[in-house]
Design a protein around this ligand. Sequence first.
Ligand code: SF4
Ligand code: URA
Length: 251
Amino acid sequence: MKDLTRALRRRVRQSDASDWTATASRPSSAAPQGETTPPPSAAGKRPAAASKTKVFAELSEKIRACRACPLGAARIQAVPGVGSADAEVMFVGEGPGFDEDHKGEPFVGRSGQLLDKIMASIGLSRETVYIANIVKCHPMVDPSNPEKRGNDRPPSPDEIAACRGWLDVQIRTIRPRVIVTLGAVPARVLLDDPTGITKIRGRWRTYDPGEGAPPVRLLPTFHPAALLRNPDLKRDVWEDMKSLRAALAES
Ligand code: SF4
Ligand code: URA
């Protein structure tokens, strides 16, 4: 752990947020009221990395074969997630889009490229974290046409309910120290809290992955697609990333 923390600090010194926050034009909004520092971690002993990697590979195969909801029939391929089975940080988005459906990997389109930059600014990468979504298959307006761009829609409550179990198994297997939710949908689903993303972002919460697994600290932030639409939000996400970096630096 010490080595990892040192490596993280080294990487953090080498990078900053200037390349993705450059267009942000207003000062950061005041820190949200309520809890702004993470509560102490209740994490127990994390399972050995090698056994996790094997269990995880099998789990990803099961997800790729899943047909538990109608999205499974329309998708080109399921998108279980990408990264390390031993990750300390999990990023959770909403669901795959056109690019992800074609590549079988989450966050590979424009918002994914921005997510890579956001992670790099605090020394993280898609190899060292784990990135997943609330639903693993592409929700389409017209399910008969996966080759059409702009055919994305949010997942329905039924689809979310059908897929939710996969994410919880992923969380219980990885046992990350921190989950970062991206945008309104994953925050609402995991926290079971309808409060808008603008109000809850940056406030540390706790997630119970069930079946006796230890609770995980959870930080809601904006979705990178929201930053592409409104670059002013980059300031807030940079504040959240600094908060994440501080949480990870705790031993
Ligand atoms: Fe299975 Fe989830 Fe895909 Fe539905 S979205 S088919 S539940 S993996
Ligand atoms: N948006 C998401 O929420 N997830 C992806 O994988 C890609 C874009």
